[in-house]
Design a protein around this ligand. Sequence first.
Ligand code: PGA
Length: 251
Amino acid sequence: MRKPLIAGNWKLHKTLNEARDLASSLAENLADVEAVEIVVAPVFTALTTVAAEIKSSPVKLAAQNCYPEETGAFTGEVSPLLLKDAGCEYIIIGHSERRQLMGETDHFINQKLIKVLEAGLKPILCIGETLQERETDQMLEVLTTQVKDGLANLSATHMANVVIAYEPVWAIGTGKTASNEQAQEAHSFIRGLLQGVFTPEVALSTRILYGGSVKPNNVDGLMAQDDIDGALVGGASLKAEDFIRLVRFEK
Ligand code: PGA
């Protein structure tokens, strides 16, 4: 019922030439994949270059961020509408690096989410606790706030286009993955929240990705968990060989 989704977040990496090479290698080597949805999120400047490379392949395009306005006097910002125009189908929203480095709040993230949906695009909403929050038993409270405030004012119908990514901040870029059990526990908790906020159907049909040091050597165990529907991948999405192996996870 929930099609697995493997998404590569390239973050602030890759020149145009490097992005073109990686995209073309993925398009070529993943051409036969039907059972898994594949998404890559390059930097803004590489979006149209990557879009051209993946055009006739199953690989889809995402942006890493957006601003919650269509057009106007917002120097330096990019809107969901323009990202759609550049070929995006998805937009990553509220990544922990943006929450931490740019001070993004749940309210601001919610505004973006609504604009992304209004533009006909699909948001990937990132949530997750820090190490300190986990160690001081605040994890469930943090996840609850991020889900409730991040998804405020959305209907069950909107949720058909929303993907959630659970990314414990302590596991991002650190090489420390959550254990399969830790990840499954958090995912199941988040699914329970969706049931409370929306409906049992929404809880059952919403895809929840895991993110945080997903690598070829741990993807299979994570993907075998009942409530893990895919992965949002940083480091291992930068090498074609690794990302291909992630898309071709074995259950
Ligand atoms: P990582 O990044 O795979 O390098 O830990 C994940 C992410 O930030 O989405």
